[in-house]
Structures are given as structure tokens and as C-alpha cells.
Design a protein around this ligand. Structure first.
Ligand SMILES: *Cc1c(COP(=O)(O)O)cnc(C)c1O
Length: 405
């Protein structure tokens, strides 16, 4: 990738995604499950750009959505409604109603109250709601505590006893149709064991439900497979599939995977320009034009991203913290990064930022969110223009003009 000409053409900071990589990842996941009916529902929150969704949709992906905004994105991007799932602990009435009206594949239920709420809304709308219950298997995914979701202490899903009760309730309801079982134990998971444990627990419940004449068509194992940011050894899709299929046994249910990071994480690059070098005593800082509002993962999760200087042949001279312009000490993209001497205008590239990069970006410090470019068949294409100052203040200006203050 010619970062220099991309910077000239699109300016910096800039997100760039290698769509060929996304395709390879998608195909490796699909291939791993080829022995079984499978559906990969891309977790939209990882990178919700409409062009990313459309591209994955064309490859055959569905979407896992955690808000009605994400459901709308999936529909606009042309994802078939029968491949859209709606998850999340806090669905609002109007969101449930919208999902039912759109007749998406199913709603993943996260609590008893939610199930009853869906039933009431479905009854009012005279629509039968397809549901799936999210199990909290209480297994330790051994990942960063902020991205662990399958423990009793986490807010997600319900325990096995409650799940069973909910399935029986749903079966007896005129307005609910239990079609699936769901589980998602966390993110950036590197160890296959917690998946084995979780899917064994799910499979056991599926078997018990069958004895009660509740036959589930979808076995949704969630997402969470980790990727290599530095030197991590992670789970291969093939091993993941084997672990799931071993537990599923003879069942003819369709396996659903909700991969996010795995599909898009390592496709992404954040290109940024050096503004200044500075030293506080012995401490070296490289101040760049990207900041924590563009990429919050380092400041938020202490996440590591490889950072490299573009087109620099000199020796890497010393370590530096790569920081942005925001007034927070957590505003850094990397700490103790070995870098050559840098001048104003030199380019740095931050790698592995395709997932939870742009989608977690904000306008903090009244900074415009940057542009996004896709690299497809060797050519760059703009998939989101850079925001303007007017974009940022629009919602407030309306009120100012109306004279509200
Ligand atoms: C976030 C999320 C995912 C995707 O997680 P990754 O680690 O990006 O694969 C899948 N399912 C649900 C319900 C999620 O909340």
C-alpha cells in the first residue's frame, strides 16, 4: 500500500482497510464450517461502515446488531433481513417493534423481563416473534475484564435454569417462537477451552429442550476469536469449528458465528502525520495528528497496536510515546515505541485497527472524525468522507437559530 500517496490524496488522519484481507478472513471462517449449515453474522459494532457491511453481505455474511441503528445500517447495506440478528441487554420498545416489523431472523433475548416485553409488543402488533435466548454459561474467557461477557458477574444473558424456563414459556406463548440458542463469552479470546466449555453447556440444554419438544434451528456461538496484534497465538477457525461441531453432535441446527474483530481487525491501518517531536527530560514524545478520539483502544483497554514510520530508512533511534493533541493523559496511540528521528510531516502507520477503531471514535475536543478508505482490487476508494466543522455543530446550530437560549 502506498501510504504516502494515500496521505496526499485523502489527507490525514485516515483509516484504510484492506478489503482483500476481510475476504480471506471471511472465507477461512466459512470454509471451517463447511461440513454443516452455517451462517456468519458479522458483528456490526466492530466496524459499522456501510461499505464494509455491503462488501461482507456480498460475500454471504449476515449481521449481528446491538442497536436498532445497526439493524438499519445492515438493511441499508443490502443484508437480507433473514440474516439479521438483534442482540443486546437494553432493547427499547420501539427497537423491538422495529425489529418485528422488519421481520429479521431473530431477537436474542437477554432477560426474563425482556422476553415478556417482546411478547407484549408482538401480541399488540399481531406478529409472532422469533427469539433466541442468550445463555450466560459462567465460563472464564481469560481476556481483558472489559471485554469478558460470559461470567456470572457480567450483565449479559441468563443462566441455564432461567433459560430453560424462558424456552418453556416461549413455547407456550402464541406470540413467541423459540428458534435458537445464543452465547457470546467475550472478545479477543486466544484459548479454545472456554469455547469448548460454553458450547458443551449450550448443547446439553439443546438436548434437554428437544426432550420437551422444543427444537431449535439455530446454534449461535457468538464471536470473540482473538487476532494477532503483537505476538499472540490465537485460535484457528478450523479448530474453533471442530470444537463447536464436536459438541453439536448429530443435531442438524445451523451454526451461527458472530465474528467481528476476526473478520476486520487486521484489515485496518490508521495513517497519521507527525506534528512535533518533544522531550520532557529524557522522555521522548512524538505528537501526531491522530488522537484518542480516532482510536481509543490504547487509552481505554491499554491495547497494543504496532506503529511504524512510513518510508524511513534510518535506524530506529530511541523509544517514544506516540500521542495526540487531546487534553488527557490517556491520549496515546502507543507507548515506548522504537522509532527513527522524525520530522514534521513524516507519516506513521498504526496497524490492526480495523475493529473497534473508527466505530469507537468520537468528536471529543471538537475534532472531526476522519475519512475512511477501502483498498479493493488494488485501488483505494473513499467509503466515508472526512467530517466538516459544520457536521459537528449542526444539531446545536438548529437550536441556536430557533433562539432556544
Ligand atoms: C461484540 C459482539 C460480538 C463480536 O465480538 P468480536 O470479539 O469482535 O468477535 C459478537 N456477538 C455479540 C453479541 C457481541 O456483543
Amino acid at each position: 500500500m502506498d501510504f504516502k500517496s494515500l496521505a496526499l490524496k485523502y489527507k490525514t488522519p485516515l483509516y484504510i482497510y484492506d478489503f482483500e484481507h476481510i475476504k480471506e478472513q471471511f472465507e477461512s471462517a466459512k470454509e471451517a464450517f463447511q461440513a454443516k449449515k452455517s451462517l456468519i453474522c458479522y458483528a456490526v459494532k466492530a466496524n459499522s461502515n456501510l461499505s464494509v457491511l455491503r462488501y461482507l453481505g456480498k460475500l454471504g455474511a449476515g449481521c449481528d446488531c446491538v442497536s436498532i441503528g445497526e439493524v438499519k445500517r445492515a438493511l441499508i447495506a443490502g443484508i437480507s433481513k433473514y440474516k439479521i440478528i438483534f442482540s443486546g441487554v437494553g432493547k427499547e420498545d420501539n427497537e423491538i417493534a422495529y425489529a418485528l416489523r422488519q421481520n429479521i431472523l431473530m431477537i436474542n433475548v437477554e432477560s426474563e423481563e425482556e422476553l415478556k416485553r417482546i411478547e407484549t409488543i408482538a401480541q399488540y402488533m399481531k406478529i409472532r416473534a422469533r427469539i433466541s435466548v442468550r445463555i450466560n454459561p459462567d465460563v472464564n474467557a481469560k481476556t481483558h475484564p472489559y471485554i469478558s461477557t460470559g461470567l456470572k458477574k457480567n450483565k449479559f444473558g441468563v443462566n441455564i435454569e432461567t433459560a430453560k424456563k424462558l424456552y418453556i414459556y416461549a413455547k407456550n406463548s402464541e406470540w413467541l417462537e423459540p428458534v435458537g440458542i445464543h452465547c457470546h463469552i467475550g472478545s479477543q479470546i486466544l484459548d479454545i477451552e472456554p469455547y469448548k466449555e460454553a458450547t458443551a453447556i449450550m448443547a446439553e440444554l439443546v438436548k434437554n429442550l428437544k426432550a420437551l419438544d422444543i427444537n431449535l434451528k439455530f446454534f449461535d456461538v457468538g464471536g470473540g476469536i482473538g487476532i494477532r496484534y503483537k505476538d499472540e497465538i490465537t485460535i484457528k477457525p478450523h479448530d474453533f469449528a471442530q470444537a463447536v461441531l464436536a459438541n453439536l453432535g448429530e443435531s442438524d441446527a445451523t451454526v451461527i458465528c458472530e465474528f467481528g474483530r476476526f473478520l476486520v481487525g487486521n484489515s485496518g491501518y490508521l495513517l497519521t502525520q507527525v506534528l512535533y517531536e518533544k522531550k520532557n527530560g529524557n522522555k521522548r514524545f512524538v505528537v501526531v495528528d491522530a488522537a484518542m478520539n480516532d482510536l481509543i483502544r490504547p487509552g481505554f483497554y491499554d491495547a497494543y497496536h504496532e506503529i511504524e514510520a512510513v518510508n524511513k530508512t534510518e535506524q530506529k533511534s530511541s523509544t517514544a510515546d506516540v500521542v495526540g493533541a487531546i487534553c488527557e493523559s490517556s491520549d496515546f496511540l502507543g507507548k515506548n515505541v522504537l522509532l527513527p528521528h522524525l520530522n514534521h510531516g513524516d507519516l506513521l502507520v498504526v496497524k490492526g485497527v480495523g475493529a473497534y477503531g473508527f466505530s469507537m471514535s468520537s468528536n471529543y475536543n471538537t475534532r472531526k472524525r476522519c475519512a475512511e478508505v477501502a483498498f479493493v482490487e488494488g485501488k483505494p476508494r473513499l467509503i466515508r468522507r472526512r467530517e466538516t466543522f459544520e457536521d459537528l455543530i449542526g444539531c446545536e446550530v438548529e437550536c441556536l437559530v430557533r433562539g432556544n437560549i
